[in-house]
Design a protein around this ligand. Structure first.
Ligand SMILES: [Mg+2]
Length: 244
């Protein structure tokens, strides 16, 4: 945590999968490992669409698809088995840090008036495993995680609460960087502006239809993001356009 917290003017909240990095779906065999632990047989989850879903949502969906009740205790067991299996799976299937991310994080981390905060559906230990595996862990001191709730809006509230404790009031009017409609919905629910970065799974047109603050085809330079944040007054919660 930085010493002069009152200097923070801009808080940037980051989704992980599909935004900071791709694991080349290394998490899928870890999910299969977890299902096997809980249910006793191994599903084939290769075709499952998990983009934007929180880990607790995925746990419940996988268990129920296998005919299991997917009760909270079983979901917890599933998530423990998943995060235990993940580091091994991450070593054996390699994805990449996405274009523009390392430059943007490096630039933003060097600024005294900016804080980078996680806002991810990953369980905290899974998030740490992914970030360590791809060399990004040092950029983040706090965040909101799948441990904070199944709904991404609850995770967003937790992330804002922790960021406010660390960095002060600016945390309530930051920008959320994400790649799916789930990120946009969560940001809009809690009053964060959303930078939606298009991907093959969710293209520009699909994201623009949901009216986030900004849609780009790749992560813009950190300086460009800060300039746009500084120019535009945050939209109050419940309003649909600036100045209305
Ligand atoms: Mg994502």
């Amino acid at each position: 945590m930085r010493a002069a917290t009152t200097l923070v003017r801009f808080v940037v909240y980051w989704d992980i999968d599909g935004t900071l990095l791709t694991t080349a779906r290394a998490g899928v065999p870890a999910l299969e490992d977890a299902a096997e632990t809980v249910v006793g047989r191994r599903p084939d989850l290769t075709a499952m669409h998990t983009a934007g879903m929180t880990d607790p949502m995925i746990a419940e969906a996988v268990l129920q698809a296998m005919g299991h009740p997917g009760d909270p205790a079983s979901c917890d067991l599933f998530l423990d088995a998943y995060t235990a299996a993940l580091p091994y799976r991450l070593r054996h299937k390699r994805g990449q840090v996405l274009p523009g991310i390392l430059d943007a994080l490096t630039y933003l981390a060097a600024r005294q008036d900016v804080a980078n905060v996680l806002l991810t559906g990953n369980m905290r230990s899974g998030a740490e495993a992914k970030l360590q595996s791809y060399g990004l862990a040092a950029f983040f001191a706090t965040g909101g995680f799948g441990d904070d709730g199944s709904d991404r809006s609850d995770i967003a509230r937790a992330a804002i609460g922790r960021a406010t404790e660390c960095y002060g009031r600016a945390a309530g009017s930051g920008v959320l960087v994400g790649d799916t409609p789930y990120d946009i919905a969560a940001g809009q629910t809690v009053g964060l502006r959303v930078l939606a970065v298009a991907s093959p799974s969710h293209d520009r047109r699909e994201l623009e239809a949901l009216e986030p603050w900004w849609v780009t085809d790749r992560m813009p330079p950190g300086a460009e993001l800060l300039e746009k944040m500084a120019q535009e007054t945050p939209t109050p919660v419940g309003r649909t356009s600036r100045g209305s």
